[in-house]
Design a protein around this ligand. Structure first.
Ligand code: 2RA
Length: 340
């Protein structure tokens, strides 16, 4: 016997990836439904070699469904997630709505799989922000060995993190650069994104950091260890898919680069590609469609006592969103629901 799974927001980038990944990983599905808003009703979406027609989220009854993977904005999640959860369906939510709620676990299965057991208070499990998910996969095994004191991270985040509008804006603006009569002013982003970088993701907070930067701090503390200090600068770059991060880590204990490389090689979810030669590292375009978080450029930071620098790249629509959600469903299945 398998699971009855609902994918909510099935026509979006993340919802489609959720369906692809459920099929690719042969998640034990007995029944699956693709839900969307009324305006996308009847849209056909692939699930492995099947085609699903989207059904109306607004009138859907979640009673009897095991797991709902939510990939819609926080405002709509606020309406539909409690409805699904109250009818006994476990919600795995990709929005930021529940991430900081103490009664909702925030889970990256390679890092804190045991946290899924806390799902029962609200029948909801939160999926972290994309930039946090890939970073904590890299931090956790190093923290277990040498205890991380502080992390300084700069991100290079692709436009797909901001949804379809962001992808369209980079595409249209790039084409318009070659055709000046067809100029495409910024709409989704605050400045031109084609052939440019923008040091601003999500809204500004009072202290000058952006919400995206704050999320990396708060979520790392909740998932890995509240004692870890994190400071982040999040930057949007003209890349379609794949977030990159330059991460500087300061440890309590000494950790040399060779041992860090060995630890990361053995760690779940990580692929180390780190040759000190031209091209001996991973760039975002190479990680698209992959499940792994790729680590390159592992090296000592000689300016502090116990420091390591590394480069971390992952498919933000997969590990940063859909894959992590499906992995949470797998963990919930193995540890709690035990069907399939
Ligand atoms: C972004 N972090 O890249 C967001 C997506 N969740 O904009």
């Amino acid at each position: 016997m398998g699971y009855k799974i609902a994918v909510v927001g099935a026509t979006g980038n993340v919802g489609r990836e959720m369906l692809n990944i459920l099929a690719e990983r042969q998640f034990p599905v007995d029944e699956i439904v693709a839900l969307a808003s009324r305006k996308s009703l009847g849209t056909e979406i692939s699930f492995g070699d099947r085609t699903l027609k989207t059904r109306d989220l607004d009138t859907f009854d979640f009673t009897g469904w095991d797991i709902a993977l939510f990939a819609i904005g926080s405002d709509a999640t606020k309406i539909y997630a409690p409805k699904a959860a109250k009818s006994g369906c476990v919600v795995i939510d990709n929005s930021s709505l529940y991430r900081y709620d103490p009664d909702v676990p925030l889970v990256v299965p390679e890092v804190n799989p045991e946290a899924v057991l806390g799902y029962a208070k609200k029948n909801i499990i939160a999926n972290p922000n994309c930039s946090t998910a890939q970073m904590v996969v890299a931090l956790k095994p190093l923290h277990d060995r040498a205890r991380i004191k502080r992390v300084v991270v700069s991100t290079y985040q692709s436009v797909s993190g901001s949804g379809k509008e962001g992808i369209d804006e980079l595409w249209d603006q790039t084409k318009s650069i070659y055709n000046p009569t067809d100029s495409k002013p910024p709409r989704k982003f605050t400045k031109q994104i084609a052939f440019n970088v923008i040091p601003h993701i999500d809204v500004f907070l009072e202290d000058g950091q952006t919400k995206e930067e704050w999320k990396m701090v708060a979520e790392t503390k909740k998932i890995v260890d509240p004692s870890i200090k994190v400071t982040a600068t999040c930057v949007r770059v003209p890349v379609f898919v794949g977030h990159s991060e330059a991460i500087n880590i300061e440890f309590e204990d000494h950790l040399d680069e060779a041992e860090a490389r060995d630890i990361l090689r053995e760690a779940p979810g990580i692929m180390v590609i780190d040759k000190r030669e031209d091209g001996g590292y991973v760039t975002p375009i190479e990680c698209v469609g992959d499940f792994a978080t790729f680590i390159s450029r592992i090296r000592q930071d000689p300016t502090i006592d116990n420091g390591i620098n590394l480069w971390c790249v992952s498919d933000n629509l997969r590990k940063g969103a859909a894959l992590n959600a499906v992995q949470i469903a797998e963990t919930l299945g193995q540890r709690v629901l035990k069907k399939g």
